[in-house]
Design a protein around this ligand. Structure first.
Ligand SMILES: [Mn+2]
Length: 353
């Protein structure tokens, strides 16, 4: 309990010291986290999505005047030197620079790039932030990586543990996934903090996307219940259409449950009866099949999935109920996994918390 109080206290300090931007419906933001950029070799988790990532930044977000928020673990400095990362991914840094010069770039620190705070000369001009707050009509969106949900001793041992593993080459091609219990801990404390403060928090760190405090499986269950409820209440021709949607959703839920069996067995992070939709997570850029991100635009927040049709067909074949957009002259697609109005979210948070 004492530890929990001290973590909440540290989060409060982080929140209060956050640089704050006042945003309007005219502002556009995209949030990516957990790139884990390496030296381009076998152990570089960023490499497989690098092309997609660069394309999406230059041909989609920059063109549409989005500001870019990089929410931690951008460079993988447990495994690689900053010099080798900067050398291999010069094109990515050039892209970051374009956002810095033309729209806006906010680079936030994580645990895997924590060493940036100790580097005398960075290979780029933009500052490194501990966190960021966006003020939307008097309500705050607090953006931080998420490793601050562990106490300092844990954060330290996380680093040492990882370095030793790498030193002895016991780390495979993919970065060590956080064990489910740890993800769970992170989400739980971040949820509690956001709820206490009546704010929205956006994290990275766990590589598990969250929208309005719900994981994929939880969201699917929720949507399925709603559709069944709608089906029950209608009698006319819509029923057939609803039945089709229910079938697709049920199929998606079954697949997701199989894939995420581990984390599912941990249970829900919310001991509360009432779920407060205050916690979001952008997921990761290092996804096996694609990249997840969070967009804020026109007073709405969305969970996005970017993918290459040559590597991932799911959203084109099985999950046709999900809205997808093809990006012209490319093999790339954007799927909108979840969306909500910010005003509606804050109303729910204030009423429920
Ligand atoms: Mn992290």
């Amino acid at each position: 309990m004492v530890i929990k109080e001290s973590i909440l206290h540290n989060l409060d300090k982080l929140y209060k010291n956050s640089p704050k931007l006042t945003i309007t419906d005219n502002d556009r933001f995209v949030i990516f986290s957990d790139l884990h950029m390496g030296n381009g070799g076998m152990n570089d988790d960023f490499a497989k999505n690098a092309q997609l990532f660069e394309f999406v930044l230059n041909n989609y977000y920059l063109k549409r005047n989005y500001k870019l928020i990089l929410n931690g673990d951008i460079e993988e400095l447990y495994k690689f030197s900053l010099k080798s990362v900067a050398k291999r991914w010069q094109n990515i840094y050039e892209t970051f620079n374009k956002f810095h010069q033309h729209t806006g770039l906010y680079k936030i620190i994580g645990n895997h790039d924590y060493l940036l705070g100790y580097v005398k000369e960075l290979p780029y001009k933009f500052p490194i932030l501990d966190s960021l707050a966006l003020d939307y009509n008097g309500s705050d969106i607090f953006i931080y990586h998420g490793h601050q949900t562990a106490n300092l001793l844990e954060q330290y041992s996380m680093m040492v543990h990882y370095s030793i593993k790498y030193l002895f080459r016991t780390v495979g091609n993919n970065s060590v996934p956080m064990v489910n219990q740890k993800k769970f801990q992170t989400e739980k404390i971040a949820y509690e903090f956001a709820k206490q403060k009546n704010i929205v928090s956006i994290l990275g760190h766990t590589h598990r996307p969250l929208f309005a405090s719900l994981s994929k499986i939880e969201s699917l269950r929720f949507m399925l219940e709603n559709l069944i409820n709608m089906y029950y209440k209608t009698t006319n021709g819509i029923r057939e259409n609803l039945e089709y949607k229910i079938k697709l959703l049920k199929n998606e839920l079954e697949i997701a449950t199989k894939v995420n069996y581990g984390i599912n067995s941990v249970g829900s992070i919310y001991s509360d009866e009432v779920l407060v939709p205050c916690l979001f997570n952008s997921g990761a850029v290092t996804g096996k099949r694609g990249i997840t991100a969070i967009e804020i635009k026109n007073g709405k927040i969305k969970l996005i999935y970017w993918f290459d049709r040559n590597r991932s067909q799911r959203y084109l074949e099985d999950y046709r109920h999900v809205e997808t957009r093809h990006i012209p002259d490319s093999n790339y697609y954007k799927a909108i996994l979840r969306k909500s109005k910010l005003d509606y979210l804050f109303t729910r948070i204030k009423l429920l918390a």
